[in-house]
Design a protein around this ligand. Structure first.
Ligand SMILES: Nc1ncnc2c1ncn2[C@@H]1O[C@H](COP(=O)(O)OP(=O)(O)O)[C@@H](O)[C@H]1O
Ligand SMILES: [Mg+2]
Length: 378
């Protein structure tokens, strides 16, 4: 690398979603592990109310951990488009001088959930012409929408659980009919908001009596809710990395502990002993290989790129294995599944970050070569 200037990597974190905190923790891990010999890190923090902060101000958001990061060199550059929610506008930072397009070579959005993992930020970065890590607008939006995701997976011949979608309008028009139809799935069912995360608003329902409350709870978070037939036994996860020729990691398992009936918000984030990660999952080679192959097919079917964690539900005897959902910006905390799976597959975090950045640049280069206007021959 001698003689070549370092790449300026914007690390985007925080954000308006319920996963703000997790994002901060993920960003810390990314910023701490990234190879400083190759990259200059430009921290960009998004507050809970949607304001964007750069560098020192952004680091303050990382709170107690910020002193450790004081070693980050001030780069004195800014990104060109900063959203100003007060003005419902995108404007350049106050000292217009710094608002240079291309000030960043690449952005790593370490944002989970709404307004970060759902294609919105990806669209902004496309408009700004800045390459970024992970799925584009379409893949991110699909990754966030469980109903659309399942339809595409099914269309590609991939196994998904039986389920039905209910909109707020359906439910208002005829709640009893919606419940009757849902009951045909058998018990238990899982009721969930269509496009959220962190198990927020998810209820396990064991009979008709609990259904109305569960649907109404999920409808508080989304205008569409899913009722899914349960597939209980094992929760398996596989990490995918690449663009058009993606690779799959070893398979990991989430083992829910204690009194938790499923991988709920409490078992994920509140109860320290609510769940454990097992890598590699104890599986016969055949099942592991099937999961890896399904993960790659799902990645392609859902128009993803860069990275994704593909989650599976399986019966204890592994005769039924379903693709459950994908996460296009998986957790990157020190204990998160995605980096752990790659580490166990022989790619430690520093190298993984290198690879993700290279994939972002590669994809951006390929897309930049495309024409998007046509000169008709007269
Ligand atoms: N159909 C299902 N069968 C069994 N468990 C499920 C099902 N759907 C969800 N769950 C449980 O609920 C958790 C959260 O659901 P999930 O669809 O992964 O939503 P989120 O996007 O919030 O992670 C899962 O990790 C699993 O424990
Ligand atoms: Mg999940």
């Amino acid at each position: 690398m001698a003689g070549r200037r370092k790449l300026r990597v914007g690390v985007l974190f925080g954000g308006r979603s319920g996963e703000h905190e997790i994002s901060l923790r993920s960003a810390l891990t990314v910023i701490s592990a990234i190879d400083r010999a190759r990259y200059d890190v430009v921290p960009i923090g998004i507050s809970r109310d949607g304001r964007w902060y750069l560098e020192t101000d952004a680091l303050k958001m990382l709170g107690a951990a910020a002193p450790r990061l004081a070693a980050l060199k001030r780069t004195g550059i800014a990104v060109s488009l900063l959203p100003y929610p007060d003005h419902r506008a995108l404007v350049a930072p106050a000292n217009g001088r710094a608002a240079v397009r291309g000030g960043l070579d690449v952005i790593f959005p370490v944002l989970h959930g709404t307004f970060g993992e759902d294609g919105t930020v990806q669209g902004l970065l496309d408009l700004a012409g800045i390459p970024y890590v992970g799925a584009g607008v379409l893949g991110s939006a699909i990754g966030m929408d469980k109903d659309v995701q399942k339809r595409l997976l099914r269309e590609a011949g991939l196994p998904v659980v039986r389920y039905m979608a209910i909109t707020d309008a359906d439910y208002r028009d005829d709640p009893a009919a919606a419940r009757r139809q849902a009951a045909r799935l058998g018990w238990p069912v899982f009721v969930k908001p269509n496009a959220l995360g962190s198990s927020i608003g998810v209820t396990r329902v064991t009979g008709p009596r609990g259904l109305a409350r569960a649907i109404e709870e999920a409808l508080r978070y989304d205008r569409k809710v899913l009722v899914e037939a349960a597939c209980e036994g094992r929760e398996l996860e596989c990490a995918v990395l690449g663009n058009q020729r993606p690779a799959a990691s070893v398979v990991g398992e989430i083992v829910v502990r204690g009194a938790h009936r499923f991988y709920s918000y409490e078992s994920k984030y509140v109860d320290e002993h609510g769940a454990a990660i097992e890598i590699p999952a104890r599986l016969p080679a055949r099942a592991a290989n099937r999961i890896r192959a399904l993960a790659i097919r799902a990645f392609t079917a859902l128009e993803l790129r860069g990275m994704a964690r593909v989650d599976f539900l399986a019966k204890p005897d592994l005769r039924e294995i379903y693709v459950s959902e994908v996460n296009t910006i998986p957790g990157f905390t020190a204990i998160s599944m995605y980096p752990k799976l790659w580490e166990a597959s022989g790619l430690p975090l520093k190298g993984l970050l290198d690879r993700l950045i290279a994939l972002a640049l590669e994809d951006h280069r390929a897309r930049s070569r495309l024409k998007f206007t046509y000169q008709p021959r007269l």
